[in-house]
Design a protein around this ligand. Structure first.
Ligand code: ASP
Length: 334
């Protein structure tokens, strides 16, 4: 019998308000399968509890075992697709890891809630229902892993949480949603053309994400290497620029064979080595840093964990992050 599997991991969607504040509810995940709207869909739905944790507790090893579990489940011909419920805080990381690493091309839609189970206007049930409809859409398998909340469908690679509290928190800055769920209709507008699959049999969990700041002397970055991180994502400014002392540390770290991937605190646009001053992107690249063309630091961290599961060679890692930078410009010859 054809079916959809909902895999629950926890998050506000499975939380209730207690005396001290909002906390995980031990039966919170189970309630998801009892959402009355789901009966309307007319397809069998199975629920598997993976975990019941707040998403800031989600570790790279959890994301990786979730990916393996989903691939295992999707091997069953009767399983049409999977919906993952998760906390909103790190949903963009887990969904992107799934997008990069899942072998199956069957639809996988991640969802969450901003309002807990008992809260007025709770958004969880509607988001789960919309996600199930999205899995059932004939176009869903062409879209990669998706994130569906608040009637919008986003590509896992592009989506980020933009608002601490509002139900309209997920956005894909610079891209926009892939589509919408309107009433009971799933309508796709576009596909993401920048999706990648990096199939690996392990990931590197020891990847740090460090944000630079004005006046940074580079000591925090140095420390990250000293305490054993195997790869570092450095969130710089603008096009991918950092203060001079940070640039010197980047050079030392790269010389030891540790990849340093540069991202930006701007969440739109592309990292591009334009500036050749001390600490500018072009200078950093000359010193051996890798430019992440996609600017969001937490996305680059996930990608570096996955890429390092495949290779440790800096020039090979560079190719995954800089698909366009070294490409020659196409000149008009007509
Ligand atoms: N802190 C919660 C979590 O990410 C928030 C949420 O679920 O939206 O688990």
């Amino acid at each position: 019998m054809k079916r959809i599997v909902i895999i629950t991991t926890g998050g506000t969607i499975a939380m209730v308000k207690g005396d001290q504040g909002v906390i995980p509810y031990e039966k919170g995940n189970l309630l998801i399968s009892e959402i009355p709207l789901l009966k309307k869909v007319g397809i069998k739905i199975d629920l598997i509890e993976f975990s019941n944790i707040p998403s800031p507790h989600m570790k790279p090893s959890d994301m990786w075992s979730l990916s393996q579990k989903i691939d295992e489940i999707l091997k069953d011909d009767n399983v049409i697709g999977v919906v993952v419920t998760h906390g909103t805080d790190t949903l963009e990381e887990t969904s992107y890891l799934l997008d990069l690493t899942l072998k199956s091309e069957k639809p996988v839609v991640c969802t969450a809630a901003m309002r807990n189970i008992g809260e007025l206007g709770t958004d969880g049930p509607r988001n789960v229902y919309s996600s199930v409809l999205t899995v059932l859409s004939p176009q869903a398998s062409e879209m990669g892993v998706m994130v569906c909340l608040n009637d919008e469908i986003h590509a896992a690679r592009e989506v980020t949480k933009t608002y601490t509290s509002n139900v309209a928190t997920f956005d894909s800055p610079g891209y926009g949603p892939l589509g919408i769920v309107d009433e009971d209709n799933v309508i796709f507008f576009r596909k993401s053309l920048t999706r990648e699959k990096i199939l690996v049999d392990k990931i590197e969990e020891r990847v740090a994400l460090i944000k630079t700041f004005t006046g940074d002397d580079g000591k925090l970055l140095k420390y990250a290497k000293e305490i054993g991180y195997k790869g570092i994502v450095l969130e710089g400014f603008g096009r991918g620029n950092v203060p001079p002392s940070v640039a010197n540390v980047v050079e030392d770290i790269v010389e030891e064979g540790i990849p340093v991937v540069i991202t930006s605190r701007c969440f739109k646009g592309r990292i591009y080595p334009v500036y050749a001053y001390h600490g500018g992107g072009a200078d950093l690249r000359k010193k051996g840093a890798i430019m992440s063309e996609h600017p969001i630091g937490q996305k680059a961290k996930i990608k570096l964990m996955v890429v390092m599961g495949k290779t440790r060679k800096l020039d090979e890692i560079r190719r995954y992050f800089e698909p366009n930078i070294s490409r020659r410009p196409i000149l008009y010859e007509g």
